[in-house]
Each structure stands twice: as structure tokens, then as C-alpha cells.
Design a protein around this ligand. Structure first.
Ligand code: APR
Ligand code: ZN
Length: 245
């Protein structure tokens, strides 16, 4: 039986499956990943564009990066996101824990999504406290002039977790609870290099879950997994859902 068959069997027989995703699940939606050959961290310095210190020094650098990360692609969910949402509709996947801030799981129909690194849905002015929706910000990014309508401060901060900030405690606690409850834990498209997020698959394993990895490339954590499938999540996940059905 090949790895996809073994994964489908584990998922079909699961009582409480949980999915954990990283940038790789959105790669086929043309959102660049962070690491790997054309990863964002090859073109941008995370310290400058994705750390809280960098943001406070120069918020413009973040917004230029954000344009590259999300805006340019006008990203739509891909077959991988839809397959995960389908498994939730089938009552198999109980939660999606994601490191991604692109909102594509929700766009594809997933209901229970725990966004460990926040999302770009809302942006707050650190100066006057005014909150903007992502749509208000989009045309500001296009013009390259991201400033508050109210007080014209440039410090419009999205509700994402910058390097140097701690994860939203309540979301992290919920994610850890889901990992502990899971009997099958499926990691899709993550290099598992960023902590504390990358410790969550270990928590699932320690709680007795079977672990499945779907990733384009090998990671340093493959040894942890019961089934490892190398390839594109947008191709592999729909195949697994067909077999589960
Ligand atoms: N299908 C499946 N996996 C893919 C695909 C694909 N189409 N394309 C790329 N991948 C894999 C890569 O092999 C890589 O291992 O996705 C993984 C993406 O890893 P990273 O770019 O490191 O992304 P991620 O693990 O989500 O990074 C975690 O780091 O920079 C911070 O906050 C940022 O949330 C991010 C965190
Ligand atoms: Zn303001």
C-alpha cells in the first residue's frame, strides 16, 4: 500500500483529525513561501520586514513586503485548501491550525481555523487606535502610502505576530488542546522551523496521535512522522480525500 493509501486509511479511521498548515499549502495559490529556493527570506530580511523592532523603525518596509506576500497575487484558495475544508465537512477534520496569515482556509470554507500568527484581516493605528479592514488598506498599499486617515500616522499595524512578539495566548492554548485531542495530525506545507509553533506536532505525537506529513521537500522533522508524502499539497490532498470517500 503506498503512502497516500496509508494516509487515507489513517484519516478515514480517525476519531479526531487535526490539520496543521504552513506557507506551502498556499504556494499553489501563488503566495511565495518563506524558505526554499525562491523563498521570501531570500529577497527580504525578516529582521527588517517582519520583526516588531523593524516595523517600529520603518513600517513602510513591512507594507512593501506585504504587497509582495499577499497583494500581488490576489490569492485564491487552491485544491489543497478545498480538500481540507471537505474533510471538515465530512466530520473528519475537527480543526485547522495554521501559521498562514492569508485567510485562504476560511475562504475555501474551513470553519474552525486557529490562526497562530494572526491574520491581515484588521489593521490598527498605533497612534490613535483607529481600526481599518484589510480592504481599506489594499488601495493604500497600492499607492505605497499606508497612513492613518484619522491622524496620518504611518504606524498602521496588522494583527499578525511579528518576530519578537508572542503568539496570541488563547489561540496557542486552543491549538495545543486540539493537538492533544487529535488521534491523527496532518502537517501540510511547513518546514517546522519556527517555534513555539513547530512544537505543536510534537505535542500531538506525545499525546499518541499518528502523524502524517505532506510537503514538497524533506524537513528536519520527517523522522517524527508515521507517513511522509513528498509533493504538492494541491495534488496530494484531493487524492487523499477521494480515497477517504
Ligand atoms: N505543497 C506542499 N508543500 C510545499 C509546497 C507545495 N506546493 N510548496 C512549498 N512547500 C513546502 C516547502 O518544501 C517548505 O518546507 O512548504 C514549506 C514552507 O516552509 P516555510 O517557507 O518555512 O513556511 P512555514 O513553515 O509556514 O514558516 C513558518 O516562519 O517566517 C515565518 O511567520 C512565518 O509563518 C511563517 C513561519
Ligand atoms: Zn491614527
Amino acid at each position: 500500500m503506498d503512502a497516500i493509501d496509508r494516509a487515507a486509511k489513517m484519516i478515514a479511521n480517525s476519531r479526531y483529525a487535526v490539520v496543521f498548515t504552513g506557507a506551502g499549502v498556499s504556494a499553489e495559490s501563488r503566495i511565495p513561501t518563506f524558505r526554499g529556493e525562491n523563498g521570501l527570506w531570500r529577497r527580504f530580511d525578516p529582521e527588517e520586514v517582519a520583526s516588531i523592532d523593524g516595523f517600529m523603525r520603518n513600517p513602510k518596509a513591512f507594507w512593501t513586503f506585504a504587497k509582495e506576500l499577499i497583494l500581488k497575487t490576489k490569492a485564491e484558495p487552491n485544491a489543497g485548501h478545498y480538500a481540507i475544508a471537505e474533510l471538515e465537512r465530512m466530520g473528519i477534520v475537527k480543526a485547522v491550525i495554521t501559521q498562514n496569515i492569508d485567510g485562504l482556509h476560511q475562504k475555501a470554507g474551513s470553519k474552525r481555523v486557529l490562526e497562530l500568527h494572526g491574520s491581515l484581516k484588521f489593521v490598527d493605528c498605533l497612534n490613535c487606535g483607529r481600526t481599518f479592514g484589510w480592504n481599506d488598506i489594499i488601495d493604500k498599499i497600492e499607492t505605497g502610502n499606508v497612513a492613518c486617515d484619522e491622524c496620518s500616522s504611518p504606524y498602521l499595524k496588522p494583527r499578525i505576530v511579528f518576530f519578537g512578539e508572542s503568539l496570541p495566548k488563547d489561540v496557542l492554548r486552543e491549538a495545543i488542546d486540539e493537538a492533544k485531542r487529535s488521534d491523527v495530525f496532518i502537517v501540510v506545507g511547513s518546514s517546522l522551523q519556527v517555534y513555539p509553533t513547530a512544537s505543536i506536532p510534537f505535542i500531538a505525537k506525545d499525546s499518541g496521535a499518528k502523524l502524517i506529513m505532506i510537503n514538497a521537500d524533506p524537513t528536519e522533522k520527517d523522522w517524527l512522522f508515521d507517513v511522509v508524502i513528498y509533493g504538492k499539497s494541491g495534488e496530494i490532498l484531493p487524492k487523499i480525500v477521494e480515497k477517504v470517500k
